[in-house]
Structure formats: structure tokens, C-alpha cells
Design a protein around this ligand. Structure first.
Ligand code: AMP
Ligand code: GLY
Length: 417
């Protein structure tokens, strides 16, 4: 089989790495890919949102399966386009991708289908939003409806902060049309966890649970990022919580997706809060998480290509999926200044060193030139390790992270602590 992986982050490198272990695969392409992917895939210079360009490439090369990493092409309808041309694609339709692309759609979907989530109100008028922003007391959560690169969620401590956030989103249009509608949401307290599931439209199968660290600094300080580290499995995902997740969240969501005629083949990502009042859904994503994928796929013992084939061909119910009982930790090495502005093009040193068994360096923002790797993004790489327990995985990941260097490199020291 020839496979095409769309995207250029750590998630996509991990997908390419896992897929490269499959005896079913003859050739891997990545569009546009990154420095690390270049070692196992042929990187082609097509943007991940150039849907027509990707479709024409897949037709010309006779690609047997296209796997879509990021949300933007899914929302732009890549799955619909590929299917129209008879091409096999792993990733949901544009309509399904609204579960991630519109936070208002997603909350209303949950409400009308009885999926547990925090209370909320939707506003398209700034004045009305200001009038009712104290409905749930403070702190309160304010969210832009559309995609805002993870920056469209504000937790406001008092009414002044809340009004500032509403003004930025709705009047100053900081996120453009993404802030034309906003959500005011009840603030939930508890422990966060992430569960990704394979979905073929009829069957839904959870993967190992994970925990993401979104803030830039230790002890969850500083601004939100795309994710500074992860570990899996998540210790809050006990057998009781797993049972509650299956019966109250996962299966009802599958039923709702079917009832609403949403065509879903790919990964459905559940961002969850375990509260004193049970599990509540914070958000859905319509794709693999980044950097959750970096800690989930190393634990997968089955052939990922077989699993993805079973999703695309709607026979997931017959597919047996095996996981190791190891633990996995990923520490993200980021550019100095990230998530604000940062420099690119810095030489990355220490990559040639032996990192030890079951240690993987998944590239995100890197570029390869004449055999050397240079920084090319905010999140540069995810240093990942498997261990017989979390402590061993953590020690191995940090030991390997410490042997890599580039100017201004920063990473959190408290992942999985
Ligand atoms: P989201 O993109 O909707 O998952 O929001 C990003 C992050 O904001 C989540 O991972 C939580 O840490 C936080 N968050 C979102 N919604 C809430 C809420 N209703 N209560 C408390 N924290 C929230
Ligand atoms: N790690 C969060 C996400 O992939 O959206």
C-alpha cells in the first residue's frame, strides 16, 4: 500500500513512524511533513489545506489510504472531496468536523442529546453577553465559537475580566469571525483527562487514556499552548471512570452521531473533566490529539494500518486492538518565546546520541538540511519514552530530553510528576 499522511507536526511524525512498522506499507508520503518525517517518508510540498492539490496528488500517485492529522483540512472538507473521487481517507466529513470547528454546534449537540457537559449560554450580541455574563458566577469560561488556535478560551476571574474578553472577541474581533458568536460556560472543577476513540460510524473503540499539559510553565502557569507534554495511561481513568465514560458519554455520543446523520470515520477525541458530579465533556476534537498521539501510539501493539483500514471499510467491530501494559511519557521541547514569537532556523544538537531502548524523538517544528536538523516552529519535538511504569518512562524521557540542545530551548520539568 501507498499511504499519504497530511500534516507536519509531532502527531504526524508519530503516525508516520507507527505506519512504517506495518508490513502492509510499501511507501509513505507526507504533505508537507517535517525534518523527522523526511527520514521515513517522502515529503511533498503541498499545504495541508490545499484540498484539491492533495486530491490530485493522491490520484496521480495511486495513494491507497490518506490519513489526515490536523483539523483545518477536515473542516475544509478533505474527506468529502476524497470520497467524491473514490479515494480512501481516514478522517471525518466536514459536517462531523463541526463538532470541533464550532464550539456552539458542539455544545448544542451535547445538550439536545443529553451528553453530560457544563451549562452554557450562546450570544451573538455583545450587549446581551455583558448583561448575562454573571449567570454562572465567577470564575466563568468564555469561548469563541470558531477555531482560534487554542487561544479562544478565556477563564475570567471577575466581571471586569469577563467583559474584557467579550470586548476583545466580539467588538475588536481578535479572532475574526470565530468570535462572532461566543459561549459563556459554567466553570467546572475536577481532573482533566483525554480519551481518543476510533469510530467507523457504527462502532466506537476507545484507545488508552491520556493527560495533556496545556500551559507553558511548570505547575500549570503561564499562557496556554498547543500542549507541552503528555502521559498515558491517565491515573484518573480507573475502571469505574472507564465504565462511566462508556455508558454515559462514549456510547450516547455514537448514538447521537448516528441519529443526526453525521458520517464519522476517523478519530473522535473527548476532552473530559472528572468532576464531583461525574464526567463532563469539555470539548470534542475530530482527529488525533497532539501531543496525545505521541504517548498513545507507542503503546499500540496492533498494526495501525489494519486498524485504520477497518475504520475506513466500516468493519471496526471485527477488529481486535491490542495495547501494551506499559506507561508512556512525552516531553515537548519548545522554542524560546513560544507560545509568543520565537526564532526559527536554529541548529538542533544531540540528536545523534544513543537515546536508549523505547525512547523516540518525534519531530514537530523541524527542518532537515544537508543531514542536519534546524528548528522550524514553536513546538520543536516531543521526546517520548515507554517504561514498565510511569516513573521509569518519565526518567527515560527526561534523560533523553537533557541530551538535546538548541538555543533558547524550553520544556516543562513536571510532566507526569
Ligand atoms: P477547550 O478547548 O474547550 O477544551 O478548552 C481548553 C481548556 O480550557 C480545557 O482543557 C480546560 O482546561 C479549560 N476549560 C474549558 N472549558 C472549561 C470549563 N467549562 N470549566 C473549566 N475549565 C474549562
Ligand atoms: N492536545 C490537544 C489537542 O490536540 O487539541
Amino acid at each position: 500500500m501507498k499511504i499519504l499522511i497530511v500534516g507536519s507536526g509531532g502527531r504526524e511524525h508519530t503516525l508516520a513512524w507507527k505506519v512504517s512498522q506495518s508490513p502492509l506499507i510499501d511507501k509513505i508520503y507526507a504533505a508537507p511533513g517535517n525534518g523527522g518525517m523526511a527520514d521515513i517518508a517522502e515529503c511533498v510540498d503541498i499545504k495541508d489545506t490545499d484540498i484539491k492539490g492533495l486530491r490530485e496528488f493522491a490520484q496521480k500517485e495511486g495513494i491507497d489510504l490518506t490519513v489526515v492529522g490536523p483539523e483545518a483540512p477536515l473542516m475544509a472538507g478533505i474527506a468529502d472531496e476524497f470520497q467524491r473521487y473514490g479515494l480512501r481517507v481516514f478522517g471525518p466529513s466536514a459536517k462531523a468536523a463541526l463538532l470541533e470547528g464550532s464550539k456552539v454546534f458542539s455544545k448544542e449537540f451535547m445538550k439536545r442529546n443529553g451528553i453530560p457537559t457544563g451549562d452554557f449560554k450562546v450570544f451573538d450580541s455583545y450587549e446581551e453577553a455583558v448583561r448575562q455574563v454573571d449567570t454562572y458566577g465567577f470564575p466563568v469560561v468564555i469561548k469563541a465559537d470558531g477555531l482560534a488556535a487554542g487561544k479562544g478560551v478565556i477563564i475570567a476571574g471577575d466581571s471586569e475580566e469577563a467583559k474584557d474578553a467579550l470586548r476583545e472577541m466580539m467588538i475588536e474581533r481578535k479572532f475574526g469571525s470565530a468570535g462572532d458568536r461566543i459561549l459563556v460556560e459554567e466553570f467546572l472543577t475536577g481532573t482533566e483527562m483525554t480519551v481518543l476513540c476510533f469510530v467507523d460510524g457504527e462502532t466506537i473503540v476507545p484507545m488508552e487514556s491520556a493527560r495533556d499539559y496545556k500551559r507553558i510553565f511548570d505547575d500549570d502557569k503561564g499562557p496556554n499552548t498547543g500542549g507541552m507534554g503528555t502521559f498515558s495511561p491517565n491515573d484518573v481513568y480507573t475502571p469505574d471512570i472507564e465504565e462511566e465514560f462508556r455508558t454515559k458519554v462514549m456510547l450516547p455520543v455514537l448514538e447521537a452521531v448516528k441519529n443526526e446523520g453525521i458520517e464519522y470515520r476517523g478519530v473522535l477525541y473527548f476532552g473530559l473533566m472528572v468532576t464531583g458530579d461525574g464526567i463532563k465533556v469539555l470539548e470534542f476534537n475530530c482527529r488525533f490529539g497532539d501531543p496525545e498521539t505521541q504517548v498513545i501510539l507507542p503503546q499500540l501493539e496492533s498494526d495501525l494500518v489494519e486498524v485504520m483500514n477497518s475504520v475506513v471499510d466500516k468493519r471496526l467491530s471485527k477488529q481486535h486492538i491490542r495495547w501494551s501494559d506499559k506507561s508512556c511519557v512525552c516531553v515537548v521541547l519548545a522554542s524560546g518565546g513560544y507560545p509568543g514569537s520565537y526564532q526559527k532556523g536554529l541548529l538542533i544538537e544531540g540528536l545523534e546520541q544513543e537515546t536508549g531502548e523505547e525512547v523516540f524523538v518525534f519531530h514537530a517544528g523541524t527542518r532537515k538540511e544537508q543531514g542536519r536538523y534546524y528548528t522550524n516552529g514553536g513546538r520543536v519535538m516531543g521526546v517520548t519514552a515507554l517504561g514498565t511504569d510511569m516513573q521509569e518512562a518519565r526518567e527515560k524521557a527526561y534523560a533523553a530530553a537533557g541530551s538535546i540542545h538548541f538555543e533558547g530551548m524550553q520544556y516543562r520539568r513536571d510532566i507526569a510528576k
